[in-house]
Write a protein that binds this ligand. Structure first.
Ligand code: BGC
Length: 354
């Protein structure tokens, strides 16, 4: 399927730095990316009647992507996506204090100045991909070692492939993800509670009151967390389950069945109204379902509609939150000479039966 590629200036940051946009397009998908946060700005795909709409939140003003009120729309989160408790890590006996950006003792999505808030350098790969690279210096947000991180977005037929690669010159911890919020009915088009979700996971990570995993994995059976067979996201989201109340909905990492490192099924979401379907495959150990309970209407869609709670869902493929403090979780340590590799495929189709 031939892909076209366009490039233009998206905006200018208050610092005067320029942010570029890349648009990849084939017959099924159109993806806009920007160099700020290596973010997905928009993703257009047809509904069952062939109507093209943008199915990811964001894409409006550059200001919506800036602190203090940022929601990480479509951005790459790093050096460590999700949370690290105590805003510190201990590596080979040395304690490294990290930038805390949730109260005094939690590091969320890499700290105050995470990878989502950086300008990445972009290069075109073949005619259907864009690779964005960030050089994160030793001590960046407290993390040890110079780290080179690259994400390559590739348009393949009806899929967007996200390939991550990192290397470092000192032992460090790494966990990268993309924080796209999807609404398959079109961004700004109401809430996602009627979307039907199936997850390839029987266990998830319950959280404490700081949103940090308690450590034990919980079985989803008999709970509102069970999406082993397809269910509407909203079917049980308002049940008085302590984990749902704390997070204003789902904000939990699920353990993807099968072997981490192998590309395998993680999730399918179907929207009965538009007929759009998203299927997620990943090499990652976890998939984080976030139903955007903390969106409060202060961000506007490109068409001026406020994003409220449940306006979108994220399926962030990643390693487990706070792994450096849980020896039973897969390791997130990256040593010099090793390569961090991760792949996720977002595939779009339409429902054949409704
Ligand atoms: C986290 C939420 C957080 C959100 C910020 C998600 O990945 O799990 O707790 O509020 O990012 O946009």
């Amino acid at each position: 399927m031939p892909t076209s590629l366009q490039q233009d200036l998206f905006g200018v940051l208050p610092s005067g730095e320029r942010v570029y946009r890349f648009i990849l397009k084939n017959e099924w998908l159109e993806v806009s990316l920007m160099t700020f946060g290596a973010a997905i700005l928009a993703l257009r795909t047809p509904d069952v009647g062939g109507r093209l709409e943008n199915v990811v939140l964001g894409g409006g003003e550059l200001a919506d992507y800036l602190a203090p009120n940022k929601a990480y729309f479509g951005a790459v989160c790093g050096r460590y996506a999700n949370r690290i408790a105590g805003a510190s890590v201990c590596i080979d006996g040395v304690k490294h204090p990290l930038s805390a950006n949730e109260g005094y003792d939690t590091t969320l999505h890499g700290g105050k100045d995470g990878f989502d808030a950086r300008i990445w350098s972009a290069r075109i790969v073949e005619q259907n991909g864009v690779a964005m690279t960030l050089e994160s210096p030793d001590g960046d947000q407290g993390f040890p070692g110079n780290l080179t991180a690259t994400i390559t977005y590739t348009l393949e037929e009806s899929s967007l492939r996200l390939g991550y690669e990192c290397s470092a010159d000192q032992a460090t911890v790494v966990n990268l993800t993309n924080h796209a919020y999807f609404n398959l009915a079109g961004e700004g088009n109401g809430v996602i509670l009627g979307h039907l979700l199936r997850l390839g996971a029987t266990r998830y990570l319950p959280l404490d009151e700081r949103y940090i995993p308690v450590g034990d994995l919980a079985n989803v059976e008999g709970t509102p967390f069970d999406f082993i067979t397809e269910r509407a996201i909203g079917e049980r989201i308002r049940e008085p389950h302590a984990q749902l109340l704390l997070n204003r909905g789902y904000n939990h990492t699920y353990v993807v069945q099968g072997e981490p490192g192998m590309l395998r099924f993680a999730a399918t979401v179907r929207d009965p109204l538009s007929g759009r379907v998203l299927t997620v495959q990943t090499t990652e150990a976890g998939i984080h379902l976030y139903t955007a309970g903390f969106l409060d209407g202060s961000h506007l869609s490109a068409s001026g509609r406020p994003y409220v709670a449940d306006s979108g869902f994220c399926l962030e493929t990643q390693r487990f939150p706070d792994s450096p403090h849980h020896c039973s979780f897969p390791s997130t340590l990256l040593r010099p000479g090793e390569t961090y590799q991760s792949e996720t495929l977002y595939e779009f189709s339409v429902m054949t039966t409704r």
